[in-house]
Design a binder for this molecule. Sequence first.
Ligand code: URP
Ligand code: ZN
Ligand code: ZN
Ligand code: ZN
Length: 467
Amino acid sequence: MSSRTVIRGGLVVTASDEIHADVLIEDGRIAALAASGTPAAEAFTAERTIDATGKYVIPGGVDAHTHMEMPFGGTFASDTFETGTRAAAWGGTTTIVDFAVQTVGQSLREGLDAWHAKAEGNCAIDYAFHMIVSDVTEETLKEMDLLVEEGVTSFKQFMAYPGVFYSDDGQILRAMQRAADNGGLIMMHAENGIAIDVLVEQALARGETDPRYHGEVRKALLEAEATHRAIRLAQVAGAPLYVVHVSAMEAVAELARARDEGLNVFGETCPQYLFLSTDNLAEPDFEGAKYVCSTPLRPREHQAQLWKGLRTNDLQVVSTDHCPFCFKGQKELGRGDFSKIPNGLPGVENRMDLLHQAVVDGHISRRRWIEIACATPARMFGLYPQKGTIAPGADADVVIYDPHAEQVISAATHHMNVDYSAYEGRRVTGRVETVLSRGETVITEREYTGRAGHGVYTPRSTCQYLN
Ligand code: URP
Ligand code: ZN
Ligand code: ZN
Ligand code: ZN
């Protein structure tokens, strides 16, 4: 049975175009676009019409970096796939790429199966997986080939967290060589974790236990050093590289230099690095713990360099690194010892709005907003043009966005399963009205009309963003 929807009168914004057009959706996919008011658009007939006059019609957001139910520091990220994907939908995101975790001693397959079990039947929007590789063995390397074939085409390694996720340079080089062969994309957590652990120990010995010391020991130079090392290891291996959660301007400079050399090196930053700073980490009464994540928040002067990197395409993607821990009972594990504060911030619901605010503030253009939040993450991780754009044949993952609505971000009104907002009290212009996932309304004029289990696992092709 065919079902048709037409979205009339909005400004369709994609990474490449802005046009006043009507959008015809049939059986969950975009069937056609036609300039509003033309005979071609008038000829669209459908059971349901959505009026988007005065609104933007944009592709659903693609958040390529989330951690639902992620184990960390003896606890678990507080959003499940059910609560986290519902919150994502509220914020105009219709696809997440979450990180399945291989723990040391486990096979990639066991880790991946565990993540499928967490997500299956629970998601409000579509989802895919990257694989965290914590144990580079001969077996693991062989498994990487199989995962690429079945749609898990990117692998995160950590130069930080010795004894947990950490890989040494030899293990990283081996995984990169394998990726160079099988088409996989290595994603790097670039911080010199060995040096950081020494600085942590020294800080604690001096009695420096408050959250703000988290930012002081995880030095920008140690992010830049690791970024440089990752770039050169990837160059030696002949593999592309994607550096996650870039926060230091010195790391942006390393990426820019490598890109000027023509290397396939890419960088992601996150809203927390664009909008928050070490001032937040220094908030009194342990409130700073709300802002503990790694890489850490940086002094304000780094923000301008991140915005510049987004404009010059030295940074290509903004993802959230959504990894929420409640202040009560979870962040509090680190009272008296900042190194025991679980690392991560909530944000999956806020990304599209915060980046729209960046359009309003003049940091980026409207099309660049869609490029860094929808189109490029889809291309980078092999989901394009099924996801990330509005074009015939694409999944009808569409957001009706009101660019004039005013809202105040608050834990009192957000939908993430976490007891605080990192952006509490922040006023933003722009708000999600209606969200379609494969043609079904998940959010209908600010009401949740979706359901757990609508979202399906979406296998990915290899990176579509290489030079
Ligand atoms: O602090 C963070 N970023 N937590 C999530 C895990 C990671 O390193 O991405
Ligand atoms: Zn990381
Ligand atoms: Zn992460
Ligand atoms: Zn459905």
